[in-house]
Design a protein around this ligand. Structure first.
Ligand code: FAD
Length: 379
């Protein structure tokens, strides 16, 4: 038995992605942050290695891996670079997953292979300027016009917006919320400039604007009126994947803290000799372990076909809270140097704060958990 009871295949994949992430991604993490540019060549390499289609079926070039394996991949990429992890996750866990699960055979033929091979990059548009928490009420709307729909409205904070080729978005149609696949360059579809963000530099976000964009009916993803349901399903599983990304950043901050605490000398000893430094490191290690166990448990439940709404929100909420504490501790352990750009810990803190907000804020996770828990008891 191994520590997380992983299968031989899962252990092999974790070893392979850890090697790739540490050799190819981690050395570029600082440069990605400073240039604020997404490394498209690395994205190509992730495609060549088969990671972009990890969870997709082999007939479209995927590897058909389980949810646990995808979590192992996400944790290792995010541990090497939060920005690469975030853009990778949007592409793999949201866009490719939505088309793979809800796409028609024609949509899969047209888009899935390109997404899996890195020829095209994906973005996922749910949030609007008017609100992200109430995501089931988009103001962006579409009206039928012959065999097409005309889309008008806007989306905000869209990860990969400035660099994506394919966009899956929600819009209000006559019978409810529907999902569409859009392509960059469609007339009337404008992409805003990259947002100036606190962290996640290199994983660009932007607004999207739609002015009577003519989209063929065949680009509707799933039946009309079922778009929000499809997005909500993707987000249930997506929260497990995000919890894995968060755990990766927290793990990196913990490892940096252990190394620094053993090297840095004060009062004639390494600071690791002081209980005031030891105890917070012990606590961060414990909370990271708990985050990983909640994440892998939810992924295992998904693989077993069990409902995971409660467990995925628990994993995402706990991991985000624990990682913020871990990244804060890492800065404290580094003292003044933790506040400078010379060490990566201030970047981990800025990057990880995003996950307190995106893919459902901490409050939204609490609402989902409370509904799942209290909804089980008669009033
Ligand atoms: C870096 C980054 C990347 C992102 N990428 C994407 C992306 O790729 N695609 C996408 O669609 N979106 C994306 N988002 C958007 C993100 O999902 C939203 O920002 C998030 O859902 C919150 O929505 P909001 O910003 O409108 O905040 P609001 O919904 O206005 O919430 C503001 C505050 O009010 C609280 N609140 C709201 N309603 C309630 C309630 N009922 N009870 C208690 N508290 C409540 C919230 O918890 C929050 O603290 C991204 C955001 C960021 C920062």
């Amino acid at each position: 038995m191994n520590k997380y009871q992983l299968s031989a295949d899962q252990l092999d994949t974790r070893e392979a992605i850890r090697k790739f992430a540490q050799e190819r991604i981690a050395p570029q993490a600082r440069q990605i942050e400073e240039s604020n540019e997404f490394p498209r060549e690395l994205f190509g390499e992730l495609g060549e290695q088969g990671y972009l289609g990890a969870a997709q079926p082999p007939e479209y070039g995927g590897a058909g891996c389980d949810a646990v394996t995808l979590c192992l991949i996400l944790e290792e990429i995010s541990r090497a670079s939060g920005a690469v992890g975030n853009s990778f996750n949007t592409h793999v866990s949201l866009v490719t997953e939505l088309i793979g699960t809800h796409g028609s055979p024609a949509q899969k033929d047209k888009y899935l292979r390109d997404l899996i091979s890195a020829r095209k990059m994906g973005a996922f548009g749910l949030t609007e300027p008017s609100g992200g928490s109430n995501a089931g009420a988009p103001l962006t709307h579409a009206s039928a016009d012959g065999n097409d729909y005309l889309l008008t409205g806007s989306k905000a904070f869209i990860t990969n917006g400035p660099i994506a080729d394919i966009f899956v978005i929600t819009v209000k149609t006559e019978t409810g919320v529907s999902a569409f696949i859009l392509e960059r360059g469609m007339p009337g579809f404008e992409i805003g400039p990259p947002d100036q963000k606190m962290g996640m530099h290199g994983s660009p976000t932007s607004s999207l604007y739609f002015d009577q964009v003519r989209v063929p009916r065949e680009n509707m993803l799933g039946p009309e009126g079922h778009g929000f349901k499809a997005f909500a399903q993707a987000l249930d599983r997506g929260r497990v994947n995000v919890a894995a990304l968060i755990t990766g950043i927290a793990q990196a901050s913990y490892e940096a803290s252990v190394v620094y605490a053993k090297e840095r000398q004060q009062f004639g000893k390494p600071i690791a000799a002081f209980q005031g430094v030891q105890f917070p490191i012990a606590e961060m290690a414990t909370e990271i372990e708990a985050s990983r166990l909640l994440t892998l448990n939810a992924a295992r439940m998904f693989d077993a076909g069990l409902p995971i709404k409660l467990e995925s929100s628990m994993a995402k909420w706990f991991a985000a809270e624990a990682a913020l504490r871990a990244c804060d501790t890492a800065i404290s352990v580094h003292g003044g140097y933790g506040y400078l750009g010379d060490f990566p810990v201030e970047r981990y803190y800025r990057d990880v704060k995003m996950y307190h907000i995106a893919e459902g804020t901490a409050n939204i996770q609490r609402i989902v958990m409370a509904r799942e828990i209290l909804g089980r008891y008669p009033m």
